[in-house]
Design a protein around this ligand. Structure first.
Ligand SMILES: *Cc1c(COP(=O)(O)O)cnc(C)c1O
Length: 412
C-alpha cells in the first residue's frame, strides 16, 4: 500500500471564473461568434486598461461597459488570434522584408524570432543581461549592421527590459522597436505600463498559460496610425472598405476591396468574451502572483540558488514566470544537476519548466546562422541552471508551501 498522494500540481493553470463563463455563454446566445462587438469592446477596454481605467491597482471591477473612454488617446489596440500573429503584423506593417535584419534575444520562445523569417528577413540573436535575463543593450548595439531595421526586446518573465537604453539605441541608429510583451501584462518601465512606451509597437499574448488568457489570442498596440491601419487590413485577408470612401460617404454593407494578400489573424468574439472579463482581473491577478513570488523569495533565502530579480523600486513586475537558477551567483554549489532537480520536483508531484532552451541551441536557428554557445555565454550559463516554478493565481497557500518544502527538501 502506498500513501495517498496529493494530486499533481501543474506548472500552470488558467483562472477562468463564472464571469468569463457567463460572458462566453452570452456570446454563444447572441449568434455572433466570430469577430464582432465583443472583440471591439475588448480593444476599447484594452486601451482603457493601458490608460489606467480598467481594474485599477486594487483590482476593482470598473471599466465594464463601453470602456475606452478616457483611455490613452493616441493608442490603437488591435485584437489578433495570437501574439505570434501580432508580432508578424507589426513587423510587416513596419516594412520589414528580405535583406533586413532584426535584433532579438536568444533567451526567448521561438515565436519572437520566427515572425522575422516569415517576412524573409534575418534574425540577429544576441546575449542577455546576466542578472535580469533580458536582452543586453550593449550586445544589441554591437550587433547593428547597415541591414539592421528593428530591435525586438522581450520582457522576460514579466520584468521590463531596459527600454530607456533600447529606445535610445534605436533613436540614434534610426531603428524600429517592437516589444514582445507576451509576459508583461501588467508591467511598468519608468512608471509607465508596458504598451504605452515610445516603441513602435507592443504585442501581448493571451495564450492559455499567460497572465490573462483568451485560450488563444493577442493584442497589438501602437501609436502609429498608419501601422494600425495596415495591421487591421492585414489581419483579415487584406480586406479594406476604405477605398470606397473616396467616392461616397455611404459604403454599402456588401462592398470591400482586397488591397494585399493578407492573413487570417482576427480574434473571435468567443475569445474576446474571455478577454473582457480577464482584463478586469489583470491587476488583482498580478498582486496574487507577486505575493507568491514574495513567499518563494523569503523561503529560499540562504539556499544555494539565485532567485529571480525583483522589479526596481516603484515598478510593476508581471510575474509571469518565477525562474530560479540553481547554485550560487557563480553557478557553483547547488549539489544537484538541474535535470535531477526537475525529476525530484516531478517525483514530489510538482510541475515545473525551463524558460528557455535558448534559440541558439535549437537546430533550425543554430544551423541557419552557424551559432555557437560561446557567442551567448550568459544565456547559456543561465539555461544550464534554470528552473521555472509554478506561479499562478489558482495556487492556494498549501500549494505554495508544498513547492517551498519540495525545493528545500531537494536542496537539503
Ligand atoms: C507565449 C509567447 C509568445 C507567443 O504567444 P502566442 O500568443 O502563443 O502566439 C511569444 N513570445 C513569448 C516570449 C512568449 O512567451
Amino acid at each position: 500500500m502506498t500513501e495517498p498522494r496529493d494530486p499533481f500540481l501543474p506548472f500552470a493553470l488558467p483562472d477562468i471564473g463564472e464571469a468569463e463563463i457567463a460572458e462566453v455563454v452570452d456570446t454563444l446566445r447572441s449568434g455572433w461568434v466570430t469577430t464582432g462587438p465583443k472583440a471591439a469592446r475588448f480593444e476599447a477596454d484594452f486601451r482603457a486598461f493601458l490608460g489606467g481605467q480598467v481594474g485599477g491597482q486594487g483590482g476593482d471591477q470598473g471599466g465594464d461597459q463601453g470602456g475606452g473612454q478616457g483611455g490613452d488617446d493616441g493608442l490603437h489596440a488591435i485584437a489578433v488570434n495570437s501574439a505570434t500573429a501580432g508580432l508578424h503584423l507589426a513587423l510587416e506593417g513596419l516594412g520589414i522584408g528580405p535583406g533586413d535584419e532584426v535584433i532579438t534575444t536568444t533567451h526567448t520562445f521561438t515565436a519572437t524570432a520566427e515572425v522575422v523569417r516569415y517576412l524573409g528577413a534575418d534574425v540577429r540573436l544576441v546575449d542577455i543581461d546576466a542578472a535580469t535575463l533580458n536582452i543586453d543593450p550593449a550586445a544589441v548595439e554591437a550587433a547593428i549592421t547597415p541591414r539592421t531595421k528593428a530591435i525586438l526586446p522581450v520582457h522576460y518573465g514579466g520584468l521590463a527590459a531596459d527600454m530607456p537604453a533600447i529606445l535610445d539605441i534605436a533613436q540614434r541608429h534610426g531603428l524600429k522597436v517592437v516589444e514582445d510583451a507576451a509576459h508583461a501584462l501588467p508591467a511598468t518601465c519608468g512608471g509607465r505600463l508596458v504598451g504605452t512606451l515610445r516603441s513602435d509597437a507592443t504585442v501581448f499574448s493571451f495564450y492559455a498559460n499567460k497572465t490573462i488568457t483568451t485560450g488563444e489570442g493577442g493584442m497589438l498596440v501602437t501609436r502609429d496610425a498608419a501601422l494600425a491601419q495596415r495591421a487591421k487590413v492585414m489581419r483579415l485577408h487584406g480586406m479594406s472598405r476604405d477605398a470606397f470612401d473616396r467616392f461616397t460617404a455611404k459604403v454599402p454593407s456588401w462592398y470591400y476591396e482586397i488591397v494585399a494578400p493578407g492573413f487570417k489573424y482576427n480574434l473571435s468574439d468567443i475569445a474576446a468574451a474571455l478577454g473582457l472579463q480577464q482584463l478586469k482581473k489583470a491587476h488583482a491577478f498580478q498582486q496574487m502572483r507577486a505575493q507568491i513570488a514574495a513567499l518563494y523569495d523569503a523561503a529560499f533565502a540562504g539556499l544555494p540558488l539565485v532567485t529571480p530579480p525583483a522589479a526596481p523600486s516603484g515598478e510593476l513586475h508581471a510575474w509571469h514566470l518565477y525562474a530560479l537558477r540553481l547554485g550560487d551567483g557563480d553557478g557553483a554549489g547547488a549539489g544537484i544537476a538541474r535535470e535531477r532537480f526537475i525529476e525530484r520536483l516531478f517525483d514530489a508531484g510538482i510541475g515545473c519548466s525551463v524558460h528557455y532552451i535558448p534559440l541558439h541551441l535549437h537546430p533550425y536557428w543554430r544551423e541557419r546562422y552557424a551559432l555557437r554557445p560561446e557567442q551567448f555565454a550568459r544565456s547559456q550559463a543561465a539555461y544550464e541552471r534554470l528552473v521555472s516554478l509554478p506561479i499562478y493565481t489558482r495556487m492556494g497557500e498549501a500549494d505554495v508551501q508544498r513547492v517551498i518544502d519540495a525545493v528545500r527538501g531537494i536542496l537539503a
